[in-house]
Structure formats: structure tokens, C-alpha cells
Design a protein. Structure first.
Lengths: 294, 432
């Protein structure tokens, strides 16, 4: 098949998907940028064009800055925790043995549970009279008990713990697949060369997980920056915005304050932040370090 | 990106539908399905249909009905009569011209023909739906704010419900000595502390005008002497360890459950308390309402009571507004209001409805309303939600002892000033 016929053939396959994508993703995105330039309360069709006013307000909005900072803190904290734990568990569940088989069958369990259930469960655990404090009291650590979801210093970390618990299974699966993907010959060669333990992990395993890391970090970034339900249900962004994230703030602006135009500007801001972070991650991981070696 | 798409989907949905065609005799009602359900509205609709041949009424509702109502308002294809519930920004509807002014209907005859329809309602409650003297929203059931205690626990320990601040401090000390927390509060929803302590004490210390000024954004009202003293009273209770440990992190149901389980002796909450908690009410536990203990010799009316309503409204673009008004007249007629009081266990804004056989738990709130010489509401919560959010954040920080009462009131004043100076925020006036 050559020339025009080939193009027509390719277009005929791409067109349905492209049309659906344009209709359901691109057009709404463009409309969203449009709405962000209006003052619109979302209860009538009256909209006032205000140009870039929503965006100028966004830059001066301390609550937005707090929310963005909290998102980034969650990203760093949860990112490190998820990658470290996922790698650890992925290593742990490799191979034979009954316990490992059981572990393999349950690590995805939190992902199967609705995020609402996860949030309610962790709210119960972190309740001042809940499981976590009860556990601390049981091992004579009463002085370490806190109002985890009500204290400024602890609300965000507590939400982060719930997020890690919820998200971990997926990343374990990714890393487990990545570890399986490392050719046996490479491991055997490393072993023959006397590379063991941490040395082998840092010199062989870690670099060879390049593509998995790239996917994991990108996906994790998108997930953390778009966190809503866990935060909203566990703390509602409190106390005093100490666990506010961008999407809980967006929800407040749209559905509590009836500032739909401003909320759309916030959503646009969120979109741009996620886009920039994702591009930065792709840039950092642009070259496979293993292939790059001479 | 999902957030962007969701907002756009909401907007696009609003562009569809709404042919504007009028169906003769059909009345569509959409109602919030909260603790009181929608069965009473359905039965009222059925009766109204039977009394008015040729009229058909459809009633629908769910716990998040505002989500269905919102796009229909944008599309100018709303129901004829609606009770959108707490998730809808009622004042945005007023500002956007989406609600029908109801004064001419209110000045018409009541359902039973005795007097005007306006006279059917408690005027204090009617005011809560007015702007510049025009009525856009009508009250139905009302909520009264106070504190709750278990009379059996109090009797067993020889405690008496405190009527003033000094008695409260003495009682709290005795309760604490028994190893029980004197007071629990709903930390994740800080307005319970604003309405259950701050406001009543501001009114007690500075008179109701102090709270009217604060809501009317009068400069200096939010860091006035009564406001500071009221904040200091909350801080005193906190400092003395009279609050249930961990309350700041608790939701309304969590803290109220702690109270019902005897971990705390008192809790601030509205008259909906029992209906909200009936599923988890331990066997044998009874609860009783009491007025918030005031400051002895305070400037304000000691009978003053904080009340609230969840209003009903007729949209501007309702296809059958006359039908909607006629139906709501029937729903707010005295026999129907009394029936609602008896079956649902709530007070109503309809004059005389408290003469119905009240559930035991409502007797005290009803008596408090009857005795009150001053009824007032927290209206800025709906008028200025972003200011309310800042005040809620500040009170939480004060309860966490991260800021002082002085810093709290200064933050409130700053939030009020920001609201006052923001020309894009419509302003309202509270009057008594």
C-alpha cells in the first residue's frame, strides 16, 4: 500500500479515536481556558468577561500558594515513601514460598477498595480515640499520641500516610514487573563478578529499572497533584488549611463560594503545574542510562 | 486535568435542555433529602393533587439534589418549587436573578383564608430570606442552636445545667474531677464553635447589636471588646482542659458520639441533634437541650437564641410558579406544619406549629424559642463564605493554641475588611 491509499488507510484507523479524544478532551480543555477568563457564579448563564483577572488573583492568593506547597510536600514525602516501599515489597514478594504467594495476592487490595472507604478507615485509625493512639498507649508511648488530623503539624503527614497505603499496591506491581524484566543473564553476570546486596542494587538493579521509574514517578506526580477525595474526606483541608491541596481549594471556590470562573482558573493552574512537572520528569528521565553507557 | 473537565462538563450540561414549554397544571418539586426525608413533601403533593383536579405534582429529591438543580438553573429549566439544601449557594441565586420575589404572594391570602400568607410565618424567620426588604426565600423547618447534656448523667452526679459563665466554670471543674471531659466539640466543622460559643457570648457581652455589626462588616466589629472577651472565654475553657481531648480533629458525628458514650458531659449542637444521632444513640441514653450559659449581668438579652432555616424557593424561570406557590401555601398551612412537627420531630417557622404534640426532645428548644426576646442567625456564613472559611480557620488555630484570642479577632477583622473592600462580593445587611 503506497501514497494516498496508505494515508487514507492510516487516517481511517486514527480518525475515530482522534474524534472522540478531541470531543471529550481537547474541546472541553479549550472551553475551560475560556471559562477561566470570566466571572461566573455557576448558577445562571450570566458570565462577565474579565480577561486575566482570575489569573492575577491566583498569583496573589495565599490559600492557593498554601495548597500548592502542600501538594508539593505530599509529592516529595509520598514519592520517596512510595518508591522506597514499593521497591522493598517488590523485592520481598519475588520468588517462591507460601508467605510470598500470600503477599502477592494481597498487595493490590487497597487499590480495589474505594478511596472513600480508605479515607473513612484512616479517619477512624487517626481519630484521637482511634486505633493508632490506642496502639501507642498499648506499648506505653502515650506521650506520643496526638490529634493526628486536628493538629497543624500532623494533619498533612497523616493524610500522606493514608495516600501511601492506598497507592502503594500499584507501584509494587510496577516495580515487581520491572524486577522480573531484568534479564537473568545480567544478574548472573553480576553475581559472577562478586556484586551483591546494596552494591548490586545500586549498580545493576536500580539503573535497569529506568523505564519503570519513569512511569512510576510520572504517574505518582499526576496522582498526588490531583489528590482530592482522601484529603477532603479526612481533614477537609484543615486545620486552618494546613492540609489544603489544590483540588480541595478548587472545590471550595466552585461549590462553596460559587466562583466557577476562578475555580476554572485554579484548575488551569493545576493543569499547568502537573504538565510542567510531568515534562520535567520526562526530561530528567530522557535517556536510558544503561543504553547511554559506552 | 480531571478537575478542568469536570467544571467544563458542568458548564456544557447547562447549555443543553430547557425548551421552556409550559405544562399546564404540572408542578415539579425538587427537594433536599436529608434527615427528614421527602416523604412528607410527597404526601402533601398527593393531597394537593386530590384537592385540585387537573394538577399533577411530581416530587423528587436526594441527599445531593443541589447538584441536579445547579445545571438546570443555568439552563433556565428549573423545577417549579425547590428546596436545594445546604450545598446550594442560595444568595448567589438571589444575586443572579434566579429566584422569584415572593412578596406579592405573601401579601395574598393564606391557605386557610385567615389573614395573609405572610402572617403564617414567624417574621424573624421570614427575614432570613430577604434582601433589601424583598423576600426571595421562604422558611420551612427551623433549627435552634444550643448545648446538649444527658439529664440522667447530670442527676446521678448531682450536676445542674449551668445558666451562666460562673456556674459553667464551677460545673466544668466538678465534671473534670470525675474524669469526664466537660465539653466536646466538632473540630472539623468549626462553625459549631462559632455558633455554639462565640456568637452567644458576643451577644451576651455586647448585646445583639455586636453580632449585627459584625455581620454587617462594620469596621472594628470583629475585633471589638465583646468579640475579644468571647474568644478569651473559649480560650479559658481550653486552657483549663475542659474540652474533650482531640476534639479539634473530630467530625460532628465523632464528637457527638463521644458525648453520647459519656466521654464528654456537654456538646454544642442544633435542635437536629437527636435525629442526626438516632442510629448510634446508646440504649437508655436521653439527651436534653439547654441554652448556652451566658455572662451574668451581661449587656445582652439572656434569652437570645441563635436560629437557622433551610429555605424553599420558586425559581424565576419556573414554568408553573403559581402552582408552586399554591402548593407551598398548602405545605405551610398550620395543620400540615403541625403534622410535620409531630412526624419529623423538628420545629417549624409556621406560627402556632409548636402547639402540636412535640417530641420530648424538642420541648426545651421550643420553650427556648417561645421565651426568646431576641432571635438572630449566622447569616454571614452564607453571605460571605470565603470570610467564614477564614474565621473558621482562625478559631481552629486558636483552639490548637497556635494563636491568641487577640490574634484570632484580628484575623477575623482582617477577613471582614478584605470582604468589605472587595467590590466583586455583593453586600448584605442584617437587621433585627
Amino acid at each position: 500500500m503506497k501514497g494516498r491509499g496508505r494515508v487514507a488507510f492510516i487516517v481511517s484507523f486514527l480518525a475515530p479515536a482522534a474524534i472522540v479524544y478531541a470531543g471529550l478532551v481537547l474541546v472541553p480543555l479549550i472551553r475551560a481556558f475560556e471559562f477561566s477568563m470570566f466571572r461566573w457564579r455557576g448558577v445562571s448563564n450570566k458570565r462577565t468577561f474579565i480577561g486575566d483577572e482570575n489569573f492575577r488573583n491566583l498569583f496573589q492568593d495565599r490559600a492557593f500558594a498554601t495548597a500548592l506547597t502542600n501538594n508539593l510536600m505530599l509529592l516529595v514525602g509520598c514519592g520517596v515513601a512510595v518508591v522506597a516501599l514499593a521497591l522493598l515489597v517488590a523485592h520481598g514478594v519475588r520468588g517462591e514460598g507460601r508467605l510470598r504467594k500470600i503477599l502477592r495476592s494481597i498487595y493490590l487490595f487497597p487499590q480495589v477498595v474505594s478511596v472513600v472507604v480508605v479515607a473513612v478507615m484512616w479517619q477512624f485509625i487517626f481519630n484521637p480515640h482511634g486505633l493508632f493512639n490506642a496502639g501507642l498507649r498499648a506499648v506505653n508511648l502515650s506521650k506520643w499520641t496526638h490529634t493526628w488530623l486536628g493538629e497543624s503539624a500532623w494533619a498533612l503527614p497523616a493524610v500522606g500516610v493514608a495516600f501511601v497505603w492506598y497507592a502503594l499496591g500499584f507501584y509494587i506491581m510496577l516495580f515487581a514487573a520491572g524486577l522480573e524484566g531484568i534479564p537473568h543473564e545480567v544478574n548472573e553476570a553480576a553475581e559472577l563478578d562478586g556484586s551483591k546486596g546494596w552494591h548490586r542494587f545500586w549498580r545493576v538493579t536500580w539503573p535497569l529499572l529506568w523505564s519503570v521509574k519513569r512511569v512510576a514517578v510520572t504517574y505518582l506526580t499526576i496522582n498526588v497533584m490531583n489528590t482530592f477525595a482522601i484529603v477532603y474526606l479526612m481533614t477537609r483541608g484543615g486545620p486552618d488549611r494546613k492540609s489544603e491541596v489544590m483540588l480541595t481549594y478548587l472545590y471550595e471556590q466552585a461549590f462553596v463560594n460559587s466562583q466557577f470562573g476562578y475555580a476554572t482558573a485554579l484548575a488551569t493552574g493545576n493543569f499547568l503545574v502537573v504538565m510542567v512537572l510531568s515534562l520535567a520528569i520526562l526530561f530528567v528521565f530522557r535517556r536510558n542510562p544503561v543504553e547511554a553507557r559506552p | 486535568m480531571y478537575s478542568l473537565l469536570a467544571l467544563v462538563a458542568c458548564a456544557l450540561a447547562a447549555c443543553n435542555g430547557g425548551d421552556g414549554s409550559k405544562v399546564e397544571g404540572a408542578i415539579e418539586v425538587m427537594a433536599f433529602k436529608g434527615g427528614y426525608g421527602i416523604d412528607m413533601y410527597e404526601s402533601a403533593a398527593k393531597e394537593f393533587q386530590e384537592k385540585n383536579p387537573g394538577v399533577t405534582v411530581s416530587v423528587s429529591g436526594n441527599p445531593r439534589v443541589w447538584e441536579q438543580i445547579r445545571p438546570r438553573m443555568v439552563a433556565e429549566n428549573p423545577p417549579d418549587l425547590m428546596f436545594p439544601g445546604w450545598g446550594m449557594d442560595h444568595w448567589a441565586l438571589v444575586e443572579e436573578g434566579q429566584l422569584r420575589e415572593l412578596d406579592s404572594a405573601l401579601d395574598g391570602p393564606a391557605y386557610d383564608g385567615k389573614g395573609t400568607w405572610r402572617e403564617t410565618f414567624d417574621p424573624n424567620m421570614l427575614k432570613l430570606g430577604q434582601k433589601d426588604g424583598k423576600t426571595f426565600m421562604l422558611p420551612y423547618y427551623i433549627m435552634v442552636f444550643g448545648w446538649w447534656y444527658d439529664p440522667a448523667v447530670f442527676a446521678k452526679n448531682g450536676w445542674t445545667p449551668p445558666t451562666n459563665w460562673d456556674e459553667l466554670l464551677t460545673l466544668c471543674e466538678r465534671i473534670k474531677a470525675k474524669g469526664v471531659a466537660p465539653i466536646a466539640y466538632q473540630g472539623q466543622y468549626p462553625y459549631y464553635m462559632i455558633e455554639g460559643m462565640l456568637y452567644p457570648w458576643v451577644v451576651s457581652l455586647g448585646g445583639v447589636q455586636a453580632i449585627v455589626d459584625a455581620q454587617n462588616l462594620v469596621p472594628g466589629a470583629w475585633n471589638s471588646e465583646p468579640m475579644l472577651k468571647a474568644a478569651e472565654m473559649i480560650d479559658t475553657l481550653n486552657e483549663k482542659g475542659y474540652f474533650l481531648e482531640g476534639s479539634t480533629g473530630m467530625s460532628h458525628t465523632e464528637s457527638q458520639t463521644q458525648f453520647l458514650n459519656g466521654k464528654a458531659a456537654m456538646v454544642p449542637c442544633g435542635s437536629w441533634m437527636e435525629s442526626e444521632m438516632k442510629e448510634v444513640m446508646p440504649k437508655g441514653v436521653t439527651i436534653e437541650f439547654m441554652r448556652v450559659p451566658v455572662v451574668a449581668g451581661g449587656k445582652g438579652d439572656p434569652t437570645a437564641l441563635l436560629v437557622g432555616v433551610e429555605p424553599w424557593m420558586v425559581p424565576t424561570h419556573a414554568k408553573n410558579a403559581d402552582g408552586a406557590i399554591a402548593l407551598y401555601k398548602y405545605m405551610t398551612s398550620l395543620p400540615k406544619a403541625k403534622e410535620f412537627v409531630e412526624k419529623k420531630g423538628t420545629l417549624m417557622a409556621i406560627v402556632g406549629s409548636d402547639q402540636a404534640k412535640l417530641p420530648r426532645v424538642l420541648e426545651k428548644p421550643a420553650a427556648a424559642v417561645r421565651e426568646a426576646k431576641t432571635l438572630y442567625a449566622n447569616q454571614h456564613r452564607q453571605w460571605y463564605p470565603s470570610m467564614q472559611k477564614e474565621i473558621e480557620g482562625a478559631i481552629t488555630s486558636m483552639l490548637n493554641r497556635e494563636i491568641t484570642p487577640k490574634q484570632f479577632v484580628d484575623r477575623c477583622e482582617a477577613a471582614a475588611e478584605k470582604t468589605r473592600n472587595d467590590a466583586s462580593i455583593p453586600k448584605y445587611k442584617m437587621s433585627l
